[in-house]
Design a protein around this ligand. Structure first.
Ligand SMILES: NC(=O)C1=CN([C@@H]2O[C@H](COP(=O)(O)OP(=O)(O)OC[C@H]3O[C@@H](n4cnc5c(N)ncnc54)[C@H](OP(=O)(O)O)[C@@H]3O)[C@@H](O)[C@H]2O)C=CC1
Ligand SMILES: CCCCCCCCCCCCCCCC(=O)[C@@H](N)CO
Length: 359
């Protein structure tokens, strides 16, 4: 070792031993940087969890498609009871007028109005746009749009008439796209609003008999997620509701041709009353929750199928994280029992057929 090298290493030692504090600024800088990174990460995690400000229904203009019957009518009543102005949208004028009378019984002040509009929400966009414009001229800009017009049909895949697949996509999916498209620009300008899509538990799981219906309800979820990402900075919140079987004229109609398998499987989550479903849906829409479910099965299904859907509260996010594995375990038992229902029904049918032949 040369004497020069010896000298430089002695100097470095000296700095480390006696002047470590010279490094203090660097250490502090590192600590501050670490804090900043942690803070930014925390902000990223927390920001989607910040709950929106609840919408005031008193004096608000609520448009309910499918508002002349069943769940839609109950939603209209629930909003009216909280002071909203209502536009009911459906095709049949007589049913609309009847529903208007029923809703009006729940007025809380004498300024409230129920407007009826007869239009097919699924056939022609320009028509839907023009009636929404008329409604806005009469009752002011739409604060909340409830897309509840819809219909269902159940049957085995090969027994469902081919044009029904198209029909259900038109009514249940496009029939929600069109009214939403007609209100969104004004909502964005006003930087406020709520959009509700009424899907179904059959929009979270595919079931025997719902090959035409389920996809039209699943589609709403894709629409809702994409739209929510676009309009959240404009303070507009989207809610997707997933009701179980609900006691309505729509369900009674569907039950006339429902396969036994579909009946037995759907019984799992029971039958609800439309008033009960409407209360939950309206509460969730007012709060701006992305997800709205009914009952314990509905809760489990929603947590299990949350995927990449937006979260609207810290508790919701935490519950999803904690329950996911447990609910999947429970789901496997449900799936097993559904498979066994389908197998048993098939065997029963074949035995009946064989007996018929023998006679
Ligand atoms: N009842 C249930 O078990 C469940 C229902 N749902 C969903 O909830 C929604 C409401 O169901 P429910 O209350 O049972 O249905 P109903 O059949 O009782 O009512 C349907 C409403 O939608 C209107 N409508 C139907 N088609 C159109 C159309 N093309 N244009 C405008 N309005 C239309 C009907 O009026 P009109 O015929 O005069 O146009 C009526 O007001 C549906 O989307 C359904 O899929 C979800 C889960 C469970
Ligand atoms: C942890 C996992 C829990 C799993 C629970 C599964 C429960 C399945 C029940 C599905 C019922 C579907 C009702 C569809 C109603 C409907 O949309 C039509 N009636 C419309 O008319």
């Amino acid at each position: 070792m040369s004497s020069e090298e010896g000298l430089s290493s002695t100097i470095t030692d000296w700095i480390f031993i006696n002047s470590w504090w010279l490094l203090l600024p660097f250490i502090m800088l590192l600590v501050v940087a670490a804090f900043i990174v942690a803070f930014v990460l925390l902000l990223y995690m927390i920001s989607p969890l910040i709950s929106p400000k609840p919408l005031k229904l008193n004096g608000a203009h609520v448009v309910v498609t499918g508002g002349s019957s069943g769940i839609g009518k109950s939603i209209a009543i629930e909003c009216y009871r909280q002071g909203a102005f209502i536009t009911l949208v459906a095709r049949d004028e007589a049913k609309l007028l009847q529903a208007k009378k029923e809703v009006e019984k729940f007025a809380i002040n004498d300024k409230q109005v129920v407007l009826c509009i007869s239009v097919d929400v699924a056939s022609d966009y320009s028509q839907v746009e023009s009636v929404i414009k008329q409604a806005q001229e009469k009752l002011g800009p739409v604060d909340m749009l409830v897309n509840c017009a819809g219909t269902s049909i159940s049957g085995k895949f090969e027994e469902v008439e081919v044009d029904r697949f198209k029909k259900l996509m038109e009514v249940n999916y496009l029939g929600s796209v069109y009214p939403t498209r007609a209100v969104i620009t004004t909502m964005k300008e006003r930087r406020m609003g709520r959009i509700m899509f009424v899907s179904s538990q059959a929009g979270q799981i595919g079931l025997f008999g719902y090959t035409a219906y389920s996809p039209s309800k699943f589609a709403l979820r894709g629409l809702a997620e994409s739209l929510q990402m676009e309009i959240k900075p404009y303070n507009i919140y989207v809610t997707v509701a997933y009701p179980p079987d609900t006691d309505t004229p729509g369900l009674a109609e569907e039950n006339k041709t429902k396969p036994l398998e579909t009946k037995l499987i759907s019984e799992t989550s029971g039958v609800c009353q439309p008033e009960q479903v409407a209360k939950i849906i309206v509460r969730d829409a007012v709060q701006g929750n992305f997800n709205s479910s009914v009952g314990p099965d509905g809760y489990m299904l929603s947590a299990l199928t949350c995927g990449m859907s937006p979260v609207t509260s810290i508790t919701e996010g935490l519950q999803q994280i904690v329950t996911m594995g447990l609910f999947r375990t429970i789901a496997l038992f449900y799936l097993g029992s559904f498979d066994s229902i389908v197998r048993r029904c098939m065997i029963q049918r074949e035995q009946l057929k064989a007996a018929d032949k023998r006679e």
